[in-house]
Design a protein around this ligand. Structure first.
Ligand code: UT7
Length: 345
């Protein structure tokens, strides 16, 4: 076999170019609301300081959606940008997957609301809930539909209005989160570059580390549930931190192993943007170099399912990712859930 025809990825579990089909990312886009909430603004709201937030998290500011701007609005804006870059029309989209923990309402799904806003009336649509891991879960689900020949064009969106479930009196959490959306158009492109593998994992035994108790069947909204703050997210920060580092390391290593790729070959690592200290610890454990990282959490904080989707779009738009580059995305969130994806751009 001549060098040019030697397959790069020998492991059959890497679904790349499976039977001539590739799950290719043909366009990405993102959207963040205009309003900026700085650490200085938070100093006036709770007992905190820019110094504490910056040194413990790396976050300097975050975006907050307007009162009349909902998750579906952020999602639709990101989707339209991704579709434009991909050169696909609304009629071409077969399926819309929206990863979110802050849907506009419990039902109908935010995916259906987005379908209406972008006019993709041929598309099926559903929401996917894997918290901060949602975008990678979404990529994997989309890949399965594309590789099984069920669909050719899938829109995957990570979108959140976390400001709607943050307790603005709780300094432990309110400094961490922000609003935004990122989207990707995934298409079957014969023998093209694309998603090589995606890993997903979960551990429901640790569901108590990060949750919102109110609003579901266990605790529907009542005057008491609202008064006791059950409709806000709560987090056990330190334990979540430890689990995040471990799970992200494991997921990243599994994704690389499946593709038989050494970390040194990755041009750009896009980790979940929750905390700079978590990111640095994961990179250290993976034996990667800080220069391989793409970080934008200083501008947006933790946007949960939107986090790596926004970062991917910004990395591409800024020229940080070039055609042919290998990208590693790695995520962690409530559930607990985690995941990683390797993409040849
Ligand atoms: O996206 C899903 C995944 N989420 C994550 O991965 C987040 C994981 N956790 C974290 O990022 C970190 O645990 C936090 C940033 C949330 C907290 O950092 P930490 O270094 O783990 O701090 P801590 O929770 O151990 O708290 C240290 C101290 C406490 O005071 P005492 O008890 O030592 O007196 C807190 O009350 O810092 C205090 N503190 C604050 N002080 C000023 C907590 N929040 C604040 C604040 N400003 N905003």
């Amino acid at each position: 076999m001549s060098p040019s025809t030697t397959p790069k990825f020998k492991n059959p579990r890497a679904k790349y170019n499976f039977q001539g089909r590739t799950c290719s990312i043909s366009g990405v886009g993102s959207y963040v609301p205009a309003r900026i909430l700085t650490n200085a603004d938070l100093e006036r709201m709770v007992d905190t300081s820019d110094e504490w937030i910056t040194s413990r998290t790396g976050i300097k500011e975050r975006r907050i959606a307007a009162k009349n701007e909902f998750t579906s609005d952020l999602a639709a804006q990101a989707a339209l940008r991704a579709m434009q870059r991909a050169g696909v029309t609304a009629e071409q989209i077969d399926l819309i997957i929206v990863a979110t923990i802050t849907p506009d309402m419990p039902f109908p799904s935010t995916a259906c609301l987005v379908q209406r806003k972008i006019g993709a009336f041929r598309a099926a649509g559903f929401d996917l809930e894997a918290a901060c891991s949602g975008f990678i879960y979404g990529l994997e689900v989309a890949q399965q539909f594309i590789m099984s020949r069920t669909y050719d064009t899938v829109l995957v969106i990570g979108a959140e209005k976390l400001s709607s479930i943050v307790d603005w009196k709780d300094r432990n959490t309110c400094v961490l989160f922000g609003d935004g959306a990122g989207a990707a158009v995934l298409q079957n492109r014969p023998n093209a570059h694309g998603l090589l593998t995606a890993v997903m994992g979960a551990d429901g035994r640790k569901a108590n580390l990060l949750f919102m108790a109110g609003g579901g069947s266990r605790c529907p909204a009542t005057a008491e549930s609202v008064a006791s703050g059950m409709h806000y997210l709560r987090m056990e920060g330190r334990e979540t931190f430890k689990n995040a580092v471990q799970a992200m390391q494991t997921a990243a290593e599994e994704a690389l192993r499946r593709c038989e790729i050494d970390i040194s070959r990755i041009t750009c690592i896009i980790p979940h943007q929750a905390n700079l200290r978590i990111i640095n610890a994961v990179v250290d454990r993976l034996g990667a170099k800080p220069e391989q990282l793409f970080i934008n959490l200083q501008k947006y904080g933790n946007t949960s399912a939107a986090s790596v989707a926004i970062a991917l779009d910004e990395a591409v738009a800024s020229g940080r990712i070039q055609r042919g580059d290998l990208i590693l995305m790695v995520v962690f969130g409530a559930g607990l859930t985690w995941g990683a994806a390797v993409i040849e751009w």
